[in-house]
Ligand binder design. Structure first.
Ligand code: NAD
Ligand code: UGA
Length: 443
């Protein structure tokens, strides 16, 4: 099939590459000339495990092309996937300007039947706006042409995006057009050969499903984070409690990890957007407001612990920070809890020695201008001259470090662990003061 993907970011690039892998001929369109030039050279602008091989293989086979030329890209695909950003507006609502600009471009250049597939995360009713934008552009050209608008929200996780796309739990298709539904079934059939995981529904329910999913996941995390704070106070261990409740299949084991707060380009923005949609429609989402407030607080927990241990004035203190990306296996720094942690420590006069296995470049870019931050090249280098260590992201290489080296190198052997990587008893055996999240020993 001929497919165009508009937006070559996390979602667009993964979608385009994985669709090409199944034999489709895909053109990825982006307005970012630098990004497209990199992709044309076979370079991948983001760190996403396994993506480089899929992109390079399909580009070499001539099934995956990259362009900034709108007319040729729109002319190419019967299916036009839109995967551009929907960042929060000042009031927290989703900014639809990029989605609607993409839709207008399609209306401006299409010459035959198109299925416009919205993969960006958008509020209920956006498909209607996309339909209207295309209709207006066609009318401006004196044309009336058949086309369909379908909602196909994306559920991939960064760091596991290729796997998630190739082996989806489900594919949601919101469509009220039979021909478009048939085409969507055909496109996704190779990804679900053993089980039909396609869930077809009306467009509005599909749009809503995406926000509901992210809000539910964010809620689990904030709830566990609050339980963790209470667990400490009452002398319980949240890691044991997590196992105790997760074994109930109604609760399930995933997404129950207490930590330094959720970040990333999606949970924070989608929680805000859904809160806004609720308020707009006279249904205040009280639970979700609390989810957001709890997460804001959680991002400060590590800093509160540092202050409790070393005092409010951190002048003269140096703190090592392991893990800067918002989660492991990505270089994405959008809404990363590390940004809040570092800003709050620096505000109190601390110097930072920061290390991340892959996000160093991105971290330097987003933390530019923050005083007192030194970026170092390895986890051990971060410890040199530091009073204590903070762990903000749970990269695998932090799971079994040289504890003797940590003890010997830190001026005060204190580890503030925002991701509960170690056993408190083991830390005690090494003579390290260990302050984790929701573990009785953290008190
Ligand atoms: P991104 O910022 O990585 O990529 C968006 C791309 O769109 C950019 O490269 C930008 O240059 C391009 N773009 C903007 N306007 C354009 C236009 N008019 N024409 C062509 N290209 C244009 O964003 P992302 O993280 O891939 O997210 C995209 C959407 O998918 C968002 O709505 C997001 O909520 C949703 N989503 C993201 C993820 C994720 O893990 N990142 C997962 C599921 C859903
Ligand atoms: C999330 C969803 O998991 C995807 O299904 C969705 O498609 C995507 O948002 C999106 O809409 O963009 P992502 O943000 O890439 O994916 O990463 P997650 O693995 O969900 O982690 C998000 C944040 O939650 C991270 O900061 C992570 O550290 C935190 N988290 C996650 C916890 O604190 N505890 C957990 O148990 C799980």
């Amino acid at each position: 099939m001929k497919i165009t993907v508009v937006g070559a970011g996390y979602v667009g690039l993964v979608t385009g590459a994985c669709l090409a892998e199944m034999g489709n001929h895909v053109v990825c369109l982006d307005v970012d000339e630098r990004k497209i030039a990199m992709l044309q050279r076979g370079e991948i602008p983001i760190h996403e495990p396994g993506l480089d091989a899929v992109v390079q293989r399909n580009a070499a086979a001539g099934r995956l092309q990259f362009t900034t030329d709108v007319a040729s890209a729109v002319g190419h695909g019967t299916l036009q996937f839109i995967g551009v950003g929907t960042p929060p507006d000042e009031d927290g609502s989703a900014d639809l300007q990029y989605v609607l600009a993409a839709a207008r471009n399609i209306g401006r250049h299409m010459t035959d039947y198109k299925v416009i597939v919205d993969k960006s995360t958008v509020p209920v009713g956006t498909a209607d706006k996309v339909r209207a934008a295309v209709r207006e552009e066609l009318a401006a050209r004196g044309l009336s042409m058949d086309y369909a608008v379908v909602s196909n929200p994306e559920f991939l996780k960064e760091g596991a995006a290729v796997d998630d796309f190739m082996r989806p739990d489900r594919v949601v298709v919101g469509s009220d057009d039979e021909r478009a539904t048939l085409l969507m079934r055909a496109v996704y059939a190779p990804f679900m050969r053993n089980h039909d995981k396609l869930i077809v529904m009306d467009v509005r329910s599909a749009e809503f499903t995406k926000y509901a999913a992210n809000a539910m996941l964010a809620t689990r995390i904030s709830f566990m984070n609050e339980l963790a704070l209470l667990a400490e106070r009452v002398g319980a261990d949240i890691e044991l409690v997590r196992k105790g409740i997760g074994s109930d299949p109604r609760i399930g084991t995933h997404f129950l990890y207490a930590g330094a707060g959720y970040g990333g380009s999606c949970f924070p923005k989608d929680v805000k957007a859904l809160i806004h949609i609720g308020a707009d429609n006279g249904v205040p989402l009280q639970v979700l407001n609390a989810v957001e407030a709890a997460n804001e607080r959680q991002k400060h927990v590590l800093v509160e612990r540092v202050v409790a241990r070393f005092g409010e004035d951190l002048t003269g203190r140096t703190l090592a920070v392991w893990g800067l990306a918002f989660k492991p296996n990505t270089d994405d720094m959008r809404e990363a809890p590390s940004r809040v942690v570092i800003a709050e420590l620096v505000k109190r006069g601390a110097k930072i020695r920061a290390y991340d296995p892959v996000a160093m470049h991105e971290a330097q870019r987003v933390l530019e201008g923050v005083p007192g931050v030194t970026f170092v090249t390895g986890q051990q280098a971060a410890l040199e001259g530091a009073d204590a260590l903070l762990i903000v992201t749970e990269w695998k290489e932090f799971r079994n470090p040289d504890f003797e080296f940590i003890k010997a190198t830190l001026k005060q052997p204190v580890v503030f662990d925002g991701r509960n990587l170690y056993e408190p008893a083991l830390m005690k055996a090494f003579g390290i003061e260990y302050l984790a999240i929701g573990r009785a020993a953290a008190l």
